[in-house]
Design a protein around this ligand. Sequence first.
Ligand code: ADP
Ligand code: MG
Length: 299
Amino acid sequence: MASAPMPLRRPRLQAAVMARPAELQVATPATRQIPHVITITSGKGGVGKTNLTANIGWHLRQLRRRVLIIDADLGLANIDVLLGLSPEFNLGHVIRGEKSMAEVLMRGPGGMRILPADSGVTELTELNDSQRMRILSEMESLQEDFDYILIDTGAGIASNVMYFNLAAQTMVVVVTPEPTSLTDAYALIKVLSGRYRQRRFKILANDVRDEAEGSEVFTNLTRVTDRFLDVSLDYLGCVPHAPQLRKAVQMQRLLSEVEPNSAAASAIRKLARKIGALENDPLRCDMGILWRNLLTRGS
Ligand SMILES: Nc1ncnc2c1ncn2[C@@H]1O[C@H](COP(=O)(O)OP(=O)(O)O)[C@@H](O)[C@H]1O
Ligand SMILES: [Mg+2]
């Protein structure tokens, strides 16, 4: 016993770089030292990112995970509206150095914490390097408090969308059966893989008729990515069209709360379980690595 190696006591950065053997990796959310940062992103707007982020977060809370949702759609923020919150402060105050992230957090349904964005403030749609680093160091200051940080990004290939995706360990690309959603998802993946060397993406098919249509969306996307890009796509699953969603949005309540037995809420619950079981990529689960990623590739 005395001669057993103690690799877990190494500094985290070094440990991550050395890619420890599987049996020594920190695998369960309860013992993970830093939160699993997941972006919910898309090429096209209006595909359901904000609704999915909030509902997935809510289900992760039901699984007793500590969840922070960051609204990073700096052009068109709306998670606060979706949840009926009236934020006094928002991510804009954090970016300008006026407030810390902890001071801006709000309590959302089920005990999720929400970091609202600053809707429509165009100066924030293009962040400079020091503003980006401030966001990352603020995120780092909260890392002990959360198991999951879900980031609801803006749509498209703007530099901020790239930035938040690079800061994540897992990227979930939301696609609907609409042809434009598919081509825009392809464009996003192309830029993230070509310019920023990202290889692995999770695909979530939303607003589908049935499971078959969800699989078809994934197949159609992989058909083109396999042909033209060096990437690996995993199918996370699908969420069916939810006729009840409009009413829930009007009530400023979550679908999963008001219609827990709907097919869409059940599908989202399943997805949240799947996300809850994902392991952090050991090479991306260290904030030091993420910082380097952002400094060398993120601008
Ligand atoms: N599964 C779904 N079923 C029915 N409508 C949906 C579904 N997902 C999204 N929508 C519709 O799309 C709209 C935009 O969703 P939102 O989450 O705001 O998208 P995004 O954040 O990607 O812009 C919703 O208000 C809703 O009307
Ligand atoms: Mg949105």
